[in-house]
Each structure stands twice: as structure tokens, then as C-alpha cells.
Design a protein around this ligand. Structure first.
Ligand code: ATP
Ligand code: MG
Length: 583
């Protein structure tokens, strides 16, 4: 990409963070004019931002093309019928994520939040024979999602740029091979972007299918919590993570069940104060949920869980195949338990309530649980003796300090930003949409699919979330808007003008894109401040020593370390570093 003069760049900075900026990447990009907000979750990408996005797209394209994937482009407008065929229209409308409307003929259409339906239709029409497979198709395109909480700038937009790829194979084994290939493509892409990241096991969510992994950029401000074990390299999204939990405390003696008044004790904390002798691992809580099932029917589910553990609503929702899951309302709790919120238990629930338990209740003896009567709890309760143990499933949330499931090691909880997500879809879409091929024996079979997404605009935001300081952004060299920031201290000074122009032209001729701060009537201090904010990784300052071809060299990431070197040495370094970064 071409070099440029800052004076021609429509460069305007804001002194203050925008009021709605909750994370640094958003605040800094807005202040530097990379972004301009049009409405919640809808942004204009300014010229600098667009250069970054094109850099990322270039890396994404290059790695996909090297792996033999084929680029194409699908429409953003999608007819409802496709989504009815795959069975996803209701779920997406119910979630509220889908932008949809009627056209002038009264047909319903949506703005694509993802493209499984369109792509499967394309392949259904295009592929007949096993000889055409395998194939991996991809596009880089704008996606639309009416997010509940659009925020963090480009991190969670309502309109954003995604690369989505889809693989098509003749068997489950071949699908796994394509998946592994794409896994490597993803590793290469995020490494080349200069990001520190962790691939983690993931929940498949509304997309569906079997195996799935997310690529998380390591960042304390990330929206996703991740369970990691350094000893075994286990890493999973908390939505999906499993662990071995500490064993419960055992009672000294077996006592008969009895109901006790616990007037104001609604939480385990309250109960611990009331029964200081009773360990929290012998308290079982019962949480009530209102569920809308996939077929549209509704119900109330009570889920038991050990006092020191938390219920994982993603696991629960998956198990119930729920369209929607939320905590039951006060009225629903009353109808189910006959009591106010805080006293629900497994004994004597209304018959319409389905009782389930997290596996953390297994082996718990002589426990406390809610009395289903306001102000009471049962104590010394035993499964088998006082009530049947409900069906137990893993509905638990992994906690720091748990033991990893396979092998020996402790789990830590860290945070990350999901920049990529890969799925083995199986034949879910191909069966629903009749995408088949005929095999060697002319037998018709459904195509095996995988899908692979990268949030291109989110990658840019996460790069800054990971790389910034109090003065501004610090772009990784491979995706920076420019490789070199050429700061001319005094525009109009003849020696400085001449040397700056020479550096600008020579670097441009060598294919290194340089941003030349040639602004007149802007003080050196203000120029350095802007350079720090914009965060271009390599810096050459042309100042006092211009007459003797001397410049100052520094890296944005190591602001303190400035070196006085010759202009030729600086150019040489810049060219070499830009090349090494693949620019
Ligand atoms: P999230 O859990 O963050 O809502 P998702 O799991 O719904 O994301 P996918 O359907 O897996 O997202 O989309 C593929 C990629 O697109 C994600 O890994 C992410 O990088 C990006 N992405 C998803 N939603 C957004 C958004 N609202 N704004 C920007 N990027 C997004
Ligand atoms: Mg995802």
C-alpha cells in the first residue's frame, strides 16, 4: 500500500475518550479517528482503519489460498425459505439476533448473520459427484447481527466483517481432515497477525454440529472466560469446560431428616452463618429455570447443585435443547415451590416441575436443602433414604483450583477474546437442505460439512486490546496501518524537508509504507503525542541532525529506547523489519 503524508489524511484526533468506550481498544481507535460511530454497534471505518482491515484480510486470504481454499462472494440478503429449510429461522428470530424484514412483494428476507444456508444451497446445486470433493469455499463479507449488547467498538458490532469458510467432504473422516487443515490455517493466520492466542475447546451454540474450537486472543478484558491447565495443556471455553471437583465433606454420623426454621436465610452465605458447623459441600441449592423448548412448549425445570458450585447455563440449555432459558420469575418459583425465592428444594415440588441435578450432588450425604416453604430448610437429607436421587448430568461451571479431567494438573481461569471459531458440522445442513453427492457406486449420500469463521474487524480490536499503553495503540507490525511513522520535527526547514522526502520516496520505492508527518504549525510535542496514539510500530524522526543525514530511530513498543543513527541505516532497518513481518 502506498506511502502517505499526514497532512493529506484527514487526520483528526479527539482529546477525550468517547463516553461509551468501555475498553481501551475502542477508546483509542475512536480518539485516533480510526472509527466513527454512526449508531450503536455500527461504525464507519476511516482510512487508517481500512488499511489495518485490508492487512488482516490479506493475511487471511493468503493462508486460505495457500491451503487450496476457493474465494467467492455470497449475497448478504437471504430469503427466509432457506432458513425454514435448515430449521434455524425460529431460533434466530427468537434470539432477536436476526435483522429481518419483508420486501415489496411481501416475502421475508434477512441480512445474513452467517451463511451456512446459502453456501449449502450453492453446493447442493453445484456438486453432484464424489469427484468434485473435497472442496473448501470462503468469503470475506459484512455480517449483520442485532446483538443484545453491541459494545467495545469493533469487538461486538451489529454490522461487522467476517471471513467464513465451509468445507465439503465425502465422509466423516475426510471432514475431520479438512477441519484439521483449517485448524492449521487458523494458527498460521493469528501467528502472522502478531497475536498471542490460545485455541480452546468450545460449545457449538446455535450453529450446531459436533467438534468445535475457538481461537482466543489472550486479554484480561476479554468477554470469554477460559479454563486452562498448564500441566496438561487443556484449554476450554468455560461454557464447555469439564473438571474433577473436590470431594464433599462427609457427615460424622447419620441422622434422620428434619425441617428447621431458617427465617431469613436464602443463600448459602446466609445458611453458613446460621449453621457454622455445616460445610458448604453439604448444602445443595435448587435453582429454578423457565424454559422454552425447541418445539415451542414451555416448562419449569429445577436444577440441584452443590453449594460451592455454580450451574452452567450453556450446558443446561444444550441438555434441554432449549430455545430459551432464564431464571424463573418470582411467580413461577411460588407456583413451583409454594415458597418465596430462596427456599426451593427437591422435596415436595409441584408436579409440573422437572427435577434435574448437576453431577456435583453425587456422593453428598446428610445435606441441607430448601424446604419448599418460606423460611425453612431440610437438614440431614440423604438420597436413596429420603428421596430418590434425580437424574444427574454435568451442568457445572469449572472453577479455579479444580483438577483437570484427563491427567494431573490444576485448572486456572483466564480471559480471552474469541477471534475465530471452527466447527465440524457433520450432515446437519446437508441433510436438511438435500446437499448430496453420488459415491463410486452411484449411491447418493449427504455431504459432510465443516464451517470456519474469523471476525476480521474483531481481530483488529483485539490486537489493540492486547497491545497498547497509556499513550496509545501499539500495532503489531504485520497488520499496522503503516510500517513506518516518519516524524519531521519542523516542516519547512530545508534540510529536514529534503531528508524526509528522500526517506519517504526511498521507503516507498522499496515497498515499505510510510506515514510522513509533514504538518506545518504543529509542535514536535504534539506530533510525538499523535504518533504514540496512532501506534505505528517503527519510527524515524527527522530533526536537528538532518543536515548530516542523522535521524532518531525507535520502536513504538519500546518508547524509551531511542537511537541516533544515519538515515540510510534507519531505512535499511525499516526495510528489513517490514519484510520479516511479511509486509
Ligand atoms: P460471540 O460468542 O462473541 O457472540 P459467536 O460465537 O456468535 O460470537 P460465530 O458465529 O462463531 O460468533 O462467528 C465467527 C466469528 O465472528 C467469531 O469468532 C468472532 O470473531 C466474530 N464475531 C461474531 N460476532 C461478532 C460481532 N458482533 N462483532 C464482531 N465480530 C463478531
Ligand atoms: Mg463462536
Amino acid at each position: 500500500m502506498a506511502a502517505m503524508r499526514l497532512s493529506r489524511l484527514l487526520f483528526v484526533t479527539l482529546r477525550e475518550d468517547p463516553a461509551d468506550a468501555e475498553v481501551r481498544s475502542h477508546a483509542l481507535m475512536a480518539r485516533a479517528g480510526f472509527l466513527q460511530k454512526l449508531a450503536a454497534g455500527i461504525y464507519v471505518y476511516g482510512p487508517m482503519m481500512w488499511r489495518v482491515l485490508r492487512r488482516i484480510e490479506h493475511i487471511v486470504r493468503d493462508e486460505h489460498d495457500k491451503a487450496g481454499c476457493l474465494e467467492m462472494l455470497m449475497p448478504a440478503l437471504q430469503p427466509r425459505e432457506l432458513w425454514d429449510t435448515s430449521g434455524r429461522w425460529d431460533r434466530y428470530v427468537n434470539d432477536g439476533i436476526l435483522f429481518h424484514f419483508k420486501d415489496r412483494r411481501g416475502s421475508e428476507v434477512c441480512l445474513g448473520p452467517t451463511h451456512e444456508e446459502v453456501m449449502t444451497t450453492y453446493v447442493q446445486r453445484q456438486v453432484q459427484s464424489y469427484k468434485q470433493l473435497p472442496v473448501i469455499l470462503y468469503q470475506i463479507q459484512t455480517k449483520f447481527r442485532d446483538e443484545i449488547r453491541p459494545r467495545f467498538g469493533l469487538m461486538r458490532g451489529r454490522e461487522f466483517i467476517m471471513k467464513d469458510a465451509y468445507s465439503f467432504d465425502t465422509s466423516a473422516e475426510a471432514m475431520v481432515e479438512s477441519y484439521q487443515r483449517m485448524r492449521e490455517v487458523y494458527r498460521s493466520i493469528f501467528s502472522r497477525c502478531g497475536l498471542r492466542f490460545t485455541p480452546v475447546q468450545a460449545d457449538s451454540g446455535a450453529i450446531g454440529g459436533s467438534g468445535s474450537e475457538e481461537f482466543m486472543v489472550d486479554a484480561d478484558t476479554g468477554e470469554d472466560a477460559i479454563a486452562v491447565c498448564r500441566a496438561t495443556s487443556y484449554a476450554a471455553n468455560l461454557e464447555k469446560a469439564v473438571s474433577r471437583i473436590p470431594a464433599p465433606a462427609q457427615p460424622a454420623e447419620e441422622l434422620p431428616m428434619h425441617k428447621e426454621p431458617t427465617p431469613h436465610a436464602r443463600s448459602c452465605e446466609d445458611l453458613l452463618a446460621l449453621f457454622p458447623e455445616l460445610p458448604i459441600t453439604r448444602m445443595l441449592k435448587t435453582v429454578l429455570y423457565a424454559v422454552v423448548y425447541a418445539d415451542g412448549s414451555e416448562g419449569v425445570v429445577a436444577v440441584m447443585c452443590r453449594g460451592d458450585r455454580e450451574i452452567n447455563e450453556v450446558k443446561l440449555s444444550n441438555h434441554l435443547q432449549a430455545l430459551q432459558l432464564e431464571l424463573a420469575s418470582e411467580e413461577q418459583v411460588k407456583a413451583a415451590t409454594g415458597a418465596e425465592v430462596g427456599f426451593a428444594g427437591p422435596i415436595g415440588l409441584a408436579s409440573h416441575v422437572r427435577l434435574l441435578a448437576d453431577q456435583s450432588v453425587e456422593g453428598v450425604k446428610g445435606f441441607l436443602c430448601g424446604g419448599n416453604e418460606t423460611g425453612t430448610h431440610y437438614l440431614d437429607v440423604y438420597f436413596g433414604r429420603d428421596l430418590e436421587q434425580p437424574e444427574t448430568v454435568d451442568f457445572g461451571t469449572v472453577q479455579a483450583g479444580d483438577q483437570v479431567m484427563d491427567g494431573e494438573g490444576e485448572i486456572e481461569i483466564t480471559r480471552g477474546i474469541e477471534v475465530g471459531h471452527i466447527f465440524q458440522l457433520g450432515t446437519k445442513y446437508s441433510e436438511a437442505m438435500d446437499a448430496t453427492f453420488s459415491d463410486e457406486n452411484q449411491k447418493t449420500k449427504p455431504i459432510w460439512m465443516g464451517c470456519y469463521g474469523i471476525g476480521v474487524s474483531r481481530v483488529a480490536a483485539s490486537a489493540i486490546e492486547q497491545n497498547h499503553d497509556e499513550h496509545g495503540m501499539i500495532w503489531p507490525l504485520p497488520i499496522a496501518p503503516f510500517a513506518v511513522h516518519l516524524v519531521q520535527m519542523k516542516a519547512g526547514n530545508a534540510e529536514q524537508d529534503a531528508l524526509s522526502l528522500e526517506i519517504h520516496d526511498k521507503l516507498e520505492a522499496a515497498g515499505v509504507d510510510v506515514l510522513w508527518d509533514d504538518r506545518k504549525k504543529v509542535s514536535p510535542g504534539a506530533k510525538f503525542k499523535d504518533a504514540d496514539l496512532v501506534g505505528i510500530p517503527l519510527r524515524i524522526v527527522v530533526g536537528r541532525d538532518a543536515a548530516s543525514r542523522g535521524v532518531e530511530w525507535s520502536l513504538r513498543a519500546q518508547a524509551g529506547e531511542k537511537e541516533a543513527i544515519s538515515a540510510d541505516e534507519a531505512m535499511q532497518r525499516a526495510i528489513q523489519m517490514a519484510q520479516e513481518a511479511g509486509r
